[in-house]
Design a protein around this ligand. Structure first.
Ligand code: ATP
Ligand code: MG
Length: 485
């Protein structure tokens, strides 16, 4: 069942329940007041209890009725009738005697009634004795008794009192007013259901449309939302999901792209040395390397090319093992300052040859013990420093290693004064296969795996790794290691 129908049904049910309760209470009020169940039946009938006679009217009516039955001629006796007039006067009521087609007596108060035809008609059975009547735009409550005079002429005694037409009017218009009220309720109910359902259904439809488009692979349709309510929140959440999905798909596509690129690069990188190795070997076989010196030069080139290939294959193999979480880690307690000092001493000789100065600055009060895998940590440091070395262009080449104490962990910063990294590349340098210089030039080109491997290793250690760099000024790679408890 659609929401629109549900709303309509619930509104209508509320309406019916309200009406039923209203009618029941309207019926119960007279019962409660009169203490008589039958009063319900009489609620809407034109009943006499609602228009009772006053005491003087009651008395005069009883008298004249008696006279009409026993001595009708007495009803022509003006003296007697005047006495009745006086009795009725205080209650603003009057007496009319009709004989045949003539009004033979009329109290002063009823002087305006001249036309005998306007009076209630003759009815010898005296069934409709009390009622209301409208004469010349005036409204009267009357009680009447019809009889025959001794000369067989029709006679009537009527006691009349003017009443407000409003009560009577509302009584007679009640069905119409009630009907109109009921109609307007139905109308309001319909309109309410329509607008409420529209306000719910419209955004739901646009959500549905967006979902269908997403299903067809179009993740670019933004879901417009100007609402703050629950549906607005749903739309917002949905749009966030769309953006996340789009990002992850874009990332996936990017991975796919770099993987394809890597395969083509690997093929190229493997093909180039293999071609030259083949060339040198053929040269040796053909006797081109005539001197001992030339032969040795050929062989050492072959050896270097094979080592490069070996390195590339090792990197790939390591990365895939880390990626599949198949690399076992041997975590041990390490005095971090001593470890780094030793590491720097080891590589210092190579760096000095390249004209690079390296320093270690310990900013900790005491040296801290961290938990790490010695070999993997070494790989991380090597990868970071290799990058620094590759991107050194300045005459004075400096690498600083800073060790900071951060309560539960140690932060290690490797800073160089190299080329720096453009801000637009910064978010990607830890991504697998990402290289700022995609052209893989000889001096700086690598597989783009170095930092991705480092990140995998640091993550496995429960640490974080990030970069700060100023293009042209230098780069800092920072990472954390947890302290031993
Ligand atoms: N210290 C640095 N100075 C300037 N650029 C850097 C530095 N460190 C990293 N980069 C940039 O980040 C990219 C990614 O580095 P990463 O070590 O992952 O790959 P790579 O060095 O190109 O290849 P690999 O390390 O696998 O031989 C590099 O291509 C380089 O452009
Ligand atoms: Mg590298």
């Amino acid at each position: 069942m659609s929401i629109r129908w549900r709303l309509l049904i619930s509104h209508t049910t509320m309406l019916i329940v309200t009406l039923v309760l209203f009618i029941i209470s309207a019926m119960l009020i007279p019962v409660a007041i009169t203490g008589d169940v039958r009063s319900i039946k009489d609620l809407y009938t034109r009943q006499y209890a609602l228009k009772p006679l006053t005491k003087p009217e009651e008395n005069v009516f009883l008298d004249v009725k008696y006279l009409a039955k026993k001595q009708p001629n007495q009803l022509l006796n003006e003296t007697l009738l005047n006495q009745y007039d006086q009795k009725l006067d205080p209650v603003a009521s009057g007496l009319i005697i009709r004989k045949g087609e003539k009004i033979v007596h009329s109290s002063k108060i009823l002087n305006s009634i001249k036309d005998v035809k306007k009076l209630p008609s003759f009815e010898p059975e005296n069934i409709k004795v009390r009622d209301t009547i409208s004469i010349n735009h005036q409204f009267f409550l009357y009680v009447k008794f019809d009889f025959y005079f001794p000369d067989q002429e029709k006679g009537s005694v009527v006691i009349m009192r003017e009443v407000s037409p409003f009560v009577e009017l509302s009584r007679s218009l009640f069905p119409l007013i009630f009907g109109l009220l009921f109609l307007s309720l139905i109308l309001v109910n319909g309109l309410l259901s329509y607008f409420v359902s529209k306000s719910i259904i419209k955004p739901l439809f646009s959500l549905k449309k967006a979902t269908e488009q997403m299903g067809e692979g179009n993740l670019n349709v933004k879901i417009d939302n100007k609402r703050q309510d629950e549906i607005g929140q749903l739309s917002d959440a949905f749009d966030k999901m769309r953006i996340k999905l789009k990002e992850s798909i874009d990332l996936q596509l990017q991975y796919e792209e770099s993987r394809k690129e890597l395969i083509s690069n690997i093929s190229h990188d493997l093909k180039t040395p293999i071609t030259s190795i083949k060339g040198y070997i053929e040269g040796i076989q053909d006797g081109v390397a005539v001197s001992q010196g030339k032969l040795e030069k050929y062989l050492s080139t072959i050896k270097r090319k094979a080592a490069d290939m070996d390195q590339l294959i090792d990197d790939l193999f390591l990365f895939s093992k880390l990626d599949l979480k198949k690399l076992p880690f041997a975590f041990v307690d390490i005095d971090i300052f001593r470890y780094i000092k030793n590491f720097v001493e080891e590589i210092n000789f190579d760096l000095e040859e390249k004209g690079i100065k390296i320093t270690v600055e310990n900013r900790m009060d005491n040296s801290a013990i961290v938990i790490a895998d010695r070999d993997q940590l070494r790989r991380v440091m090597t990868n970071i420093i290799d990058n620094s070395v590759k991107h050194m262009k300045k005459p004075e080449k400096i690498i600083n290693i800073l060790i900071n104490d951060e309560e539960d962990f140690v932060e290690i910063e490797v800073h160089d004064n190299g080329s720096g990294i453009e801000p637009k590349s910064l978010p990607y340098i830890f991504e697998r296969f990402y290289r700022v210089d995609a052209s893989r030039n000889q001096s700086t080109g690598g597989s783009g795996l170095g930092l991705a491997i480092s990140k995998q290793i640091i993550t496995e250690h429960g640490g974080d790794i990030w970069v700060k760099s100023q293009f042209g000024a230098g780069t800092s790679i920072l990472f954390t290691l947890n302290k031993a408890k």
